[in-house]
Write a protein that binds this ligand. Structure first.
Ligand SMILES: Cc1ncc(COP(=O)(O)O)c(C=O)c1O
Length: 432
């Protein structure tokens, strides 16, 4: 019996119990790692401890939400202070202004902010706002782009991008969505040319597609094309926001979109989403300027502006402001990226590494992918075997079929060395 199964017997029992009450035994299909998930008992920094006291170094860091790792002291202290003062007001309060001001200070495109409880909802309200503002219906997204489970955007996520992505989607809701390949300005030009597209949504670095990087000038080219055609450029920075740099991918690549979708890090480890952007666009949500329901873009939600998420997010932004944390994490990221690249070239292996600063991905194919179709060519058996090898050795990330990983402040140079040496061990075996 392999090591994992030997040391995770209690997790197996929990998984069997879970299957009776949770479909597939999990709370998100993505978390059903094979052969069964380990069950986390506690987490600190970037170390996860399971119910049998096995320790894993975490490269998933709460779906990327935890740039400071698990339960950072300053954030926890601020949350503790807030807890007795109320966990959910349902009325206006100062903390929602405090966080919005900090977002506007850090994110170049942010002039106004609306909160949601998740990235999915933030995308939903962004699409609605873009349609309200432009009076147009069509939306462009990228092949391989993941924006959450909202029907109109739940299209062309998985290669070959032609199959229905879920049972139960409303086909009518998908009719106005056009999917084009990433890094292809000609395709964007063509799709925008009828001047009937409300918004072009893009993750500046594609996440689920395996951290596919934008080519030089691609994002700028999209901005120019959107301007010419009266289409709003939307960056979905749910992953890259506050992660690629304190101002996100838009600061890193120096391209400012009209609207930005945020989530994950901005909640400091608590549930959140947000849409931020140009004031003239966000006025469409304003109940004073647009008193008539049919003119206004409706937005809201029970838990929007939740005080716990507000204080945790606010404290997190205070900590990452200035970029010191990003510099520190980037050194660890560089060590891993360079270390793995070096192994690939020494062993002359068909593999490549993508990612910058706090993110990296390993692709088991010859060339760095320039879009999701190329990323999908990664050797699936090797990808799965690598996942298993790392898990057996106490390194956890998701998913088994997509080796992309995220870093946090507590990751050390020793963690990086361990990652690289385990990778070498794997490639050594894999080559034979
Ligand atoms: C780029 C991107 N957009 C949107 C979402 C959806 O966010 P949530 O899971 O908070 O609904 C995700 C989730 O991972 C994401 O990566």
């Amino acid at each position: 019996m392999p090591n994992y199964e030997l040391k995770t017997k209690k997790s197996k029992e929990l998984y069997e119990r879970a299957q009776k009450v949770l479909p597939g035994g999990v709370t998100y299909g993505l978390r059903a790692l094979p052969p069964y998930p380990f069950y986390v008992k506690s987490a600190e920094g970037v170390k996860l401890t399971d119910v049998e006291n096995n320790v894993y170094t975490d490269y998933w860091v709460g779906h990327g939400a935890l740039i400071l790792g698990h339960s950072p002291k300053r954030v926890i202290d601020r949350v503790k202070k807030q807890l007795p003062l109320g966990t959910h007001y349902g009325f206006s309060h100062e903390l929602e202004i405090e966080l919005a001001e900090k977002i506007c200070e850090l994110v170049p495109s942010a002039e106004m902010v609306r909160y949601t409880s998740s990235g999915t909802e933030a995308n939903l309200y962004t699409v609605r706002l873009a349609r309200a503002f432009t009076g147009r219906q069509k939306i462009i997204k990228m092949e391989g782009g993941w924006h959450g489970g909202y029907d109109p955007l739940h299209k062309a996520v998985n290669y070959p991008f032609t199959k229905q992505e879920s049972a139960g989607l409303d086909p009518k809701a998908l009719e106005n969505t056009i999917a084009i390949p990433f890094n292809d300005l000609d395709a964007a030009k063509k799709a925008l040319s009828n001047k009937d597209v409300a918004a072009l949504l893009i993750e500046p670095v594609q996440g689920v597609a395996g951290f596919v990087m934008p080519e030089q000038e691609y994002l700028l080219g999209l901005k120019e094309l959107c301007e010419i055609n009266g289409t709003l450029l939307v960056f979905d920075e749910v992953i890259t926001g506050f992660r690629l740099s304190p101002g996100g991918a838009q600061e890193y690549f120096n391209v400012t979109p009209d609207i930005t979708v945020l989530g994950k890090i901005v909640g400091g480890g608590f549930p959140i989403g947000a849409l931020v952007g140009r004031q003239d666009i966000f006025e469409r949500i304003d109940q004073i300027k647009y008193p008539q329901a049919e003119q206004r873009s409706a937005q809201g939600g029970t838990f929007t502006g939740n005080p716990i998420s507000m204080v945790a997010g606010s404290e997190t932004l205070d900590i990452i402001r200035g970029g010191k944390i990003h510099k520190k994490i980037t050194k660890v990221g560089d060590k891993i990226r360079k270390g793995v690249e070096d192994i690939i070239s020494r062993y002359k292996l068909p593999a490549s590494v993508t990612g910058v600063t706090t993110i990296f991905a390993i692709h088991f194919a010859n060339n760095k992918p320039k879009n999701a179709a190329e990323s999908a060519q990664s050797n699936i058996d090797a990808t799965k075997a690598f996942f298993r090898h790392m898990l057996e050795n106490g390194v956890a990330y998701l998913s088994p079929t997509n080796c992309h990983a995220m870093l946090a402040e507590p990751h050390t140079m020793q963690d990086a060395e361990q990652f690289v040496s385990l990778t070498e061990e794997f490639f050594n075996k894999y080559k034979k």
